[in-house]
Design a protein around this ligand. Structure first.
Ligand code: HEC
Length: 274
């Protein structure tokens, strides 16, 4: 029964009332609001805005009346000057210092790391591109070299040559994105052995990425500094189609086909199937 009067004393004190309301407001904004139908997680900046608003309201309330203001300041002044609260004072000094340090560190650290999910790794390709002045429709386009099965070994040999002359330093000997230069790039060169790259793409999508490289990425593919070169400046159309044949042949992946999901070849999650 001794606890109850103490609790009531705290509940009647303007300082602890203010603290209680701040905590309550934080709980409501961060945990209760997202539970309401149709709402999502409240962004940190909005939480901060709400908390500042609540704080300003509280300060207006406690300072509105002389007596209340004096009582509000009591615990603050006590912590700052009273000898019996020496330990609390030291603890507060440490906590505030560490907190400011952490906030400062957090702000510096977040500007270094790119926001992870703002970019799309496989953005929607254009339906049509110009390749060295010639326009090519990508939608529904298959690798034209597959139309000549009898010459496939020849094209594969050509593609292999193209790969080892041009792509090796970045995409690596094992097509796993671990070429000699790879560690110098962020984002890393694509790992074609992984089921998240060419295994998910149509050959026309791959053609577009090889032809236009990092500079050809649309807005949703940024902000990131892809080192992938714009190969239309160095390779012919046929060389690109042949290196694409080689990528699929060497990794064993099957390109995604237009038939399986008309008009949406690139964005689905499944592996290419025949
Ligand atoms: C200077 C390094 C470099 C070279 C050389 C290079 N690439 Fe890349 N490539 C990258 C990087 C980095 C990425 C990942 C970022 C991106 O998608 O743009 C990439 C991505 C790709 C992608 C996209 C894969 C996906 O899942 O979207 C394809 C396809 C590709 N490269 C093919 C090639 C081919 C073929 C060659 C050789 C003709 C080549 N690259 C040469 C650096 C390089």
């Amino acid at each position: 029964m001794t606890a109850a009067p103490a609790v009531r004393r705290y509940a009647a004190h303007p300082f602890w009332q203010a603290v209680g309301i701040l905590v309550l407001a934080y709980i409501v904004v961060v945990w209760v609001v997202p539970l309401l139908p149709g709402s999502a997680i409240v962004p940190k900046s909005v939480v901060l805005q709400y908390m500042v608003t609540v704080l300003v309201g509280l300060l207006i309330y406690v300072s509105d009346n002389e007596e209340r203001w004096a009582r509000f300041k009591e615990p603050i002044e006590a912590v700052l000057v009273e000898p019996r609260l020496r330990v609390a004072r030291a603890a507060l000094l440490v906590v505030v210092t560490v907190l400011v340090g952490l906030i400062a560190y957090g702000q510096v650290a977040t500007t270094v790391a790119a926001p992870p999910n703002l970019r799309s790794i496989h953005p929607a390709p254009p339906t049509e591109i110009t390749f060295r002045g010639k326009s090519i429709t990508l939608t529904g386009l298959e690798n034209p070299l597959r139309a000549h099965p009898e010459s496939l070994p020849l094209y594969l040999a050509e593609g292999k040559g193209v790969y080892y002359r041009n792509c090796l330093p970045c995409h690596g000997d094992h097509l796993d994105g671990q070429g000699h230069f790879a560690s110098g790039f962020n984002p890393l060169p694509a790992n074609f052995q992984d089921n998240g790259t060419i295994a998910q793409l149509t050959e026309s999508f791959v053609f577009w990425r090889v032809a236009k490289g990092g500079p050809g990425l649309p807005r949703e593919g940024t902000p990131w500094n892809s080192a992938m070169p714009q190969w239309e400046d160095f390779l012919t159309e046929r060389e690109i189609w042949s290196v694409i044949l080689f990528l699929y042949d060497q990794t064993g992946w099957k390109p995604r086909r237009w038939e399986t999901e008309p008009g949406k070849g690139e964005s689905g999650k499944g592996k290419g199937d025949d």
